[in-house]
Design a protein around this ligand. Structure first.
Ligand SMILES: Cc1cc2nc3c(=O)[nH]c(=O)nc-3n(C[C@H](O)[C@H](O)[C@H](O)COP(=O)(O)O)c2cc1C
Length: 485
């Protein structure tokens, strides 16, 4: 049993990949016990979200750079339908030819396509839509009404007309990834957060995230099933939200019976322990956003693209691999893909394989100045693939990335809860990389599997400087014959 005082350091160290840890954990998957990727709260009214909501037409690249779009949705159902269709819905399917098994893919990516994140939302005073608490049902693009009336549901004291609560079902990920799965749940929340925030912006609204809230109180407020943990609250506001006066009626609870996801749920004590450790909110010493530095190479003018936000989101996929012999990407494309602003806790390292104007090598990105600094010259294809647990896609890409998280600063600022925030940020950056790459006609893949300490040795960084929390790759995707087959 892990110590009751387990800290983020213990959890992180215990869930690092190494040759030895992989040898120890090389057991097969129990397919018969695979958790259902869809949660339903049974026995509650289910409200239709209109099909084929309008496409957000603002160019995706510009939305990523802060442009606010608009919406033609004039009532609550149409507004919510559009928001969810472009942030959380099913967008494609794949068929395994040998078994005939077909499975759904969503607009947001998820490690192993296991989708630990659930979307709940509270509405108050949204036109032609009853105030209440809802759970989004992606399998049929509908809203399960868990409560009618929202007066008594406080959700961290937010007064926004629409308030999302993103929850994690850790068992869904742990079924495949064991104790390391908590990291992936956090990444997933980061992806879902950006998915929602960018869809809101493409519709002309603002999304404000609330990371600090009393977890147990919010779980009680939403009457979540015990296997669902609230992780992030996101308020949606802005003029395009169609409004009316809120109802003042008392809340009527339907609640609903959560479906059982698999025959047996296996306990993962380290996940329980890190989750409990990160529930505690402790005021700390706030830190400067990521360190300052300069590089020798200017990224220059970013490439542009007119592809609409709607089209990019609906066609986003993870590349299974990249075409190793394909052409390079331009520096302008790279410049458009990389985040224009520094993040609080993440620093990006780039393994440039085929980028015009950048000699093959490892580079550190200094976003404040749109510059990169070479820290290692030479061909990085074998190293990038090797560090990513031998996954060829990190070597066949045009560019691969290590996201280095400043876990120590996060801890100083937020206690163990900071561990969540670093991973949320990494997932959020990943989501933006996906959309930017797709806007430019390229492919992308998030990579959660890497040899942690090998990455640190290779990049010559100490734990005090940061630790690797996510990998990523961008390039020309190989054809995926299973897609929509
Ligand atoms: C946090 C995270 C980690 C991932 N890790 C890997 C990985 O190590 N290797 C890989 O090939 N794909 C990885 N993926 C991609 C998922 O497998 C992919 O998102 C999922 O199969 C769904 O496919 P889609 O993105 O096309 O919807 C990862 C995705 C996320 C969000």
């Amino acid at each position: 049993m892990p110590s009751p005082n387990l800290s983020w350091r213990d959890y992180h160290a215990a869930t690092k990949h190494s040759l030895e840890s992989l040898r120890r954990s090389s057991q097969g998957l129990d397919w018969a016990n695979m958790p259902d990727p869809f949660r339903h709260y049974e026995g509650v009214p289910v409200l239709d979200l209109p099909a084929d909501p309008p496409v957000p037409r603002a160019p995706a690249i510009e939305v990523l750079n802060g442009l606010s779009g608009g919406t033609r949705a004039s009532d609550g159902a149409a507004f919510l339908s559009q928001l969810l269709f472009y942030s959380a819905s099913i967008s494609a399917s794949k068929l395994v030819p040998s078994t005939g098994y077909r499975y759904a893919l969503r607009v947001n990516p998820s490690s192993g396509n296991l989708h630990p994140t659930e979307f709940h939302f509270l509405t108050r005073g949204v036109q032609d839509w009853p105030d209440g608490l809802y759970h989004y049902r992606p399998s049929s693009h509908m809203a399960e009404q868990r409560a009618l009336g929202a007066r008594e549901i406080t959700l961290g004291r937010s007064d926004a007309p629409i308030v999302f609560v993103l929850t994690s079902i850790a068992w869904r990920e742990a079924w495949k990834y064991g104790e390391r799965a908590y990291r992936y749940c956090l990444h997933d929340i980061g992806h879902a957060w950006q998915s929602l925030a960018l869809a809101a912006r493409a519709m002309g609204c603002e999304a404000v995230e609330i990371r600090e809230f009393p977890d147990d109180e919010v779980a009680r407020d939403c009457r979540l099933n015990a296997d669902e943990w609230p992780m992030l609250i996101i308020e949606i506001r802005g003029r395009p939200v169609p409004l009316r006066e809120p109802d003042l009626c008392e809340t009527v609870w339907y609640g609903g019976q959560a479906n059982q996801l698999s025959a047996e749920t296996i306990e993962y004590p380290l996940i329980e322990a890190i989750h409990n450790a990160t529930k505690v909110i402790r005021p700390g010493v706030s830190t400067q956003p990521s360190r300052e530095g300069r590089g020798q190479i200017k990224l220059g003018e970013p490439a542009s693209s007119e592809r609409t936000f709607g089209a990019v989101v609906r066609t986003r996929r993870s590349a299974l691999d990249f075409v190793g012999g394909a052409p390079s990407i331009s520096l302008a494309q790279l410049s458009a893909i990389l985040p224009a602003e520094g993040s609080h806790f993440i620093q990006l390292y780039l393994y440039a394989h085929r980028v015009d104007g950048l000699a093959p090598g490892v580079y550190r990105l200094w976003p404040g100045h749109a510059e990169v600094e070479q820290i290692q010259p030479g061909d990085q294809r074998v190293a990038a693939a090797g560090l990513s647990l031998g996954q060829a896609l990190a070597g066949n890409a045009c560019a691969a990335f290590s996201m280095i998280g400043d876990l120590e600063s996060a801890f100083r600022a937020h206690g163990d809860r900071g561990y969540r925030y670093v991973h949320f940020e990494a997932g959020a950056i990943g989501q933006r990389l996906y959309l930017a790459a797709h806007a430019l006609g390229l492919g992308a893949t998030g990579i959660g599997a890497f040899y942690d300490d090998e990455v640190h040795r290779y990049l010559n960084i100490t734990p005090e400087q940061g630790q690797v929390v996510y990998h990523f790759a961008i390039g020309y995707p190989v054809m995926d014959t299973r897609l929509n087959a």
